[in-house]
Design a protein around this ligand. Structure first.
Ligand SMILES: C[S@@+](CC[C@H](N)C(=O)[O-])C[C@H]1O[C@@H](n2cnc3c(N)ncnc32)[C@H](O)[C@@H]1O
Ligand SMILES: [Zn+2]
Length: 303
């Protein structure tokens, strides 16, 4: 799907207002002037000039600015733009390609897409060999979705919460979730039978050298944290770790990495000042890649 209007390929988006009233499959369609999406009940959602659409009703907002702040979004954009996380992109592309190889007109969704680094890179890699690809990405943070939409107008980006994603049931071939919150029921509901959920999350030693420079004692990341919550609706079909050592060769790159992690907010000012005096640092990427297949409704009910 390559088009100048990001929403002309969006055939699976639903009206969040009708969904909240239990209306079945309230599909959104593009208006004639291409400026908004609307349902049969005439609920209308403007397409922003950057190309995204806000499908998060005020009632579903727990705060005025939910999700990552603009500063966090821009910090992530800056660090990811340096290319150090390319091994994660490569792993994501190969896992997704493997699953989509036999599927015509595939549909992919990036849940908690942030500023769209992975959505964009994955889309570019897949679209080369598949012009029937439809790609969606959503995040609860509007500043993140705005940045994502600016990157790639062939992807349908929208603002939504993971608690109620306005996507037609069983429409996605692959859902990716990268360092983001998960929602087991929603993921199963959105995936086609036999579809895949690809999760990347921090492994035990992820960024451990950075952490040990900031804190006197550090705990390992819990790389099993998604297994129990997903177990009711998914079967783990593959698991591997992506390991790579980044050679950060300037104070700028080291501080950029810090700025996009939660440690920027947690670490003491003294520890951060100390880090600023370093010009080179080797830091390990240790990321778990897990691929899940949704259980059938019968399997889910019998557990
Ligand atoms: C660590 S960031 C990862 C972003 C992106 N996947 C990446 O790796 O660059 C986690 C993202 O989850 C989003 N998020 C948090 N709670 C959410 C929710 N309830 N629904 C949707 N997105 C949420 C945040 O706004 C943030 O962009
Ligand atoms: Zn509606």
């Amino acid at each position: 799907m390559t088009t100048s209007n990001s929403m002309s390929g969006a055939k699976h988006l639903l009206c969040p207002l009708c969904l909240a009233k239990q209306v079945q499959q309230p599909l959104l369609t593009l208006s004639e002037d291409l400026r908004s999406l609307a349902c049969e009940q005439k609920h209308s959602f403007d397409i922003a000039k950057q190309g995204y659409v806000n499908l998060l009703p005020v009632q579903q907002k727990k705060s005025q600015h939910p999700g990552d702040s603009k500063e966090m979004v821009l910090a992530r954009k800056q660090f990811l733009g340096l290319g150090y996380y390319q091994p994660l992109v490569d792993a994501l592309v190969s896992s997704t390609q493997q699953h989509l190889s036999s599927i015509t007109s595939p549909v992919i969704l990036d849940a908690g897409c942030g500023e769209g680094y992975y959505t964009d890179n994955l889309h570019r890699a897949l679209a080369e060999s598949n012009d029937e690809l439809t790609a969606y990405g959503f995040d609860i943070a509007k500043p993140a979705v705005l940045e994502a939409a600016k990157r790639n107008r062939s992807i349908c980006f929208f603002v939504s919460t993971i608690k109620a994603v306005p996507i037609a049931p069983h429409s996605c071939d692959v859902i990716i979730s990268i360092f983001s919150p998960i929602n087991t029921e929603q993921f199963q509901h959105m995936l086609k039978p036999g579809g895949k959920l690809i999760v990347l999350c921090a492994g035990k030693n992820h960024l451990h050298q950075l952490k040990s420079l900031l804190y006197t004692s550090t705990a390992d990341y819990d790389d099993d944290k998604f297994l129990a919550p997903l177990d009711s609706h998914f079967t783990l079909s593959e698991r591997s770790s992506i390991q790579h050592t980044m050679n950060l060769t300037s104070q700028h790159d080291i501080m950029s990495l810090l700025a996009m992690t939660p440690h920027f907010w947690r670490a003491s000012p003294e520890a951060k000042q100390q880090l600023e005096t370093i010009n080179q640092l080797l830091v390990d990427i240790d990321v778990q890649r897990m691929i899940f297949t949704p259980k059938t409704l019968e399997q889910t009910e019998h557990e």
